[in-house]
Design a protein around this ligand. Structure first.
Ligand code: RP5
Length: 170
């Protein structure tokens, strides 16, 4: 698998993958967080069902290519996060994508119900923003500057809530 095939830039540390391009509008929030925090990342469509060999190659080469965390989004029979987690020792964060028939409950159950031994850190249905933040926080554990950025992000979040309260109080 070449770098252009997987859409990589300079030494990506977070891999953002999804089962279909129809997942991209959901997964865009994780991409935005990586960009906001200045973390090198790559984006790829990797389907557990339609491109199983690509999935195996992606997961098995992820560590050697320098990835530290993988975010995997999928909908319906959402096997991608769990299969990738089974194929790499890297931490995998799963994003259940809203499905056409079950509003993403099927995606959630498919991703969250992993057997003991192969964890997938599952975020809420459609919440790719939290997946991005969690991936950044995992990277930040041994990087004080990045951890400071996370703290600053939290302060901005708090300020935005307080500003809303101030408006209410006026
Ligand atoms: C899954 O099937 C994908 O993750 C997507 O959420 C769902 C539907 O895929 P498309 O039919 O839109 O390509 O593999």
């Amino acid at each position: 698998m070449t770098n252009s095939e997987i859409g990589s830039d300079n030494s990506p540390e977070i891999g953002i993958i999804m089962g279909s391009d129809s997942d991209l509008p959901t997964m865009a929030a994780a991409i935005e967080i990586c960009t906001e925090f200045g973390v090198a990342h790559e984006v790829a469509i990797v389907s557990a069902h339609r491109t199983p060999e690509r999935m195996v190659t992606y997961a098995q080469t992820a560590r050697d290519r320098g990835l530290k965390v993988i975010i995997a989004g999928a909908g319906g029979a959402a096997h991608l996060p769990g299969m990738v987690a089974a194929l790499t020792p890297l931490p995998v964060i799963g994003v259940p994508v809203v499905s056409r028939t079950m509003q993403g409950l099927d995606s959630l159950y498919s991703i969250v119900q992993m057997p003991a031994g192969i964890p997938v850190a599952t975020v809420a249905i459609g919440n790719a923003m939290n997946a991005g933040l969690l991936a950044v926080q995992i990277l930040a554990t041994d990087r004080p500057t990045l951890l400071d950025q996370v703290a600053q992000y939290r302060r901005a979040l708090e300020a935005s809530v307080l500003a809303k309260q101030q408006k209410l109080d006026q």
